[in-house]
Design a protein around this ligand. Structure first.
Ligand SMILES: C=C1C[C@]23C[C@@]1(O)CC[C@H]2[C@]1(C)CCC[C@@](C)(C(=O)O)[C@H]1[C@@H]3C(=O)O
Ligand SMILES: O=C(O)CCC(=O)C(=O)O
Length: 329
């Protein structure tokens, strides 16, 4: 499909637009998604691109027993998480009590935002030094090995005013985005509650007083990111998110069914098959360094633009690749 003569004729490569102030690439996904040749700024060195990875056998932790106060089940979950922390630090959780319709609303709101024309998204453009706002391919910060993605980020603090997000979205995008503010306010609260529950199990796993991390993190801040990976006509050359560790404590990720997330485990990149209604969790650097009794390798993540089975993401334009990420700092 990518290299069919018709698509080449319909979509001749264009010169990439540059920001007149910063000289950075302008990531206009409505145009770039149709380009048969991607701009060189997005091409990653072969050595940094994972080749078709094998599937990662991600452990699944069922939180039902924990939430029902079942001690035996909680201890089993804690033991499983302990083993996970001692090896790679990545797992998925089911029965996590984040309402499915809220999770769907969070995807719908991000779709609504990323569908806007670039000029409107740029009204929310992230200012240097701020964590709040929209960024296309992080081209304001980097000039090569750009990620093929758009991001909308904001910070969450439970004790902050309840209307923080509503004020932010409506002031920047207009009244129509009031619902988006309300949805993300509820969503971040739900994710915060979940992260504290996981902190409690982590405390049991690691042999510290049960409420220790819950107390420690209860007044914390979180970073929320909506990552949207638009269709790419040369997905084998680009990456959605480059190889990285999370320099934070705990990450909760809600992803759609397309796939693309990979973890570096046992010395190789391995793809994580999304499980419907499950959330992906990984402990970040802070947790690894502070709490683990023995040094282990940091967990590395990447988002490739391939599905696990090597099919091209999103060329079949109905598919999407979306990640809603919360980093507990
Ligand atoms: C503190 C952070 C920086 C990044 C977000 C995060 O909360 C966790 C990981 C970082 C990141 C995702 C690693 C890959 C590159 C990056 C620029 C991105 O693609 O978003 C990173 C984030 C950043 O904003 O610097
Ligand atoms: O978007 C995703 O699926 C995950 C991206 C990621 O690893 C991150 O933003 O830290």
């Amino acid at each position: 499909m990518n290299s069919s003569p018709t698509s080449i004729l319909l979509c001749p490569p264009i010169d990439i637009k540059k920001d007149t102030n910063t000289g950075g690439v302008v990531f206009d996904s409505s145009l770039l998604r149709k380009q048969t040749k991607i701009p060189r700024e997005f091409i990653w060195p072969l050595s940094e691109r994972p080749s078709t990875p094998k599937e990662f056998n991600a452990p699944v932790v069922d939180l039902q027993g924990f939430f029902q106060g079942d001690e035996a089940s909680t201890m089993r979950a804690a033991e499983l998480i302990r083993t996970i922390c001692m090896t790679h630090g990545f797992f998925q959780v089911t029965n996590h009590r984040v309402d499915a319709s809220l999770a769907q609303d969070a995807f719908d709101c991000m779709d609504e935002f990323f569908r806007l024309p670039l000029s409107r998204k740029l009204r929310a453009k992230r200012k240097p030094g701020s964590m709040w706002g929209y960024a296309g391919a992080h081209s304001d910060r980097f000039s090569s090995k750009l990620p093929w993605k758009e991001t909308l980020s904001f910070g969450y603090h439970e004790a902050g005013p309840e209307h923080t997000f509503v004020d932010y979205f409506t002031s920047i995008l207009g009244k129509d985005f009031e619902r988006m503010g309300l949805v993300y306010q509820r969503y971040c609260k739900a994710m915060k509650d979940l992260s504290l529950a996981i902190m409690e199990i982590l405390a049991i796993s690691l042999g510290v007083e049960r409420s220790f991390y819950r107390e420690f993190f209860k007044d914390n801040s979180s970073i929320m990111r909506c990552n949207y990976y638009p269709p790419c006509q040369e997905p084998e050359l680009a990456l959605g998110t480059g190889p990285h560790c999370d320099p934070t404590s705990l990450t909760v990720l809600q992803q759609d069914q397309v796939g693309g997330l990979e973890v570096f485990a046992d010395g190789e990149w391995q793809s994580v098959r999304p499980i419907r209604d499950a959330l992906a969790i990984n402990i970040g650097d802070t947790f690894m360094v502070c709490v683990l009794p023995m040094p282990i390798n940091k967990l590395m993540l990447i988002v490739s633009l391939f599905k696990g089975r090597g099919l091209v993401i999103n060329s079949l334009s109905l598919l999407k690749r979306r990640g809603l990420v919360i980093n507990i700092v």
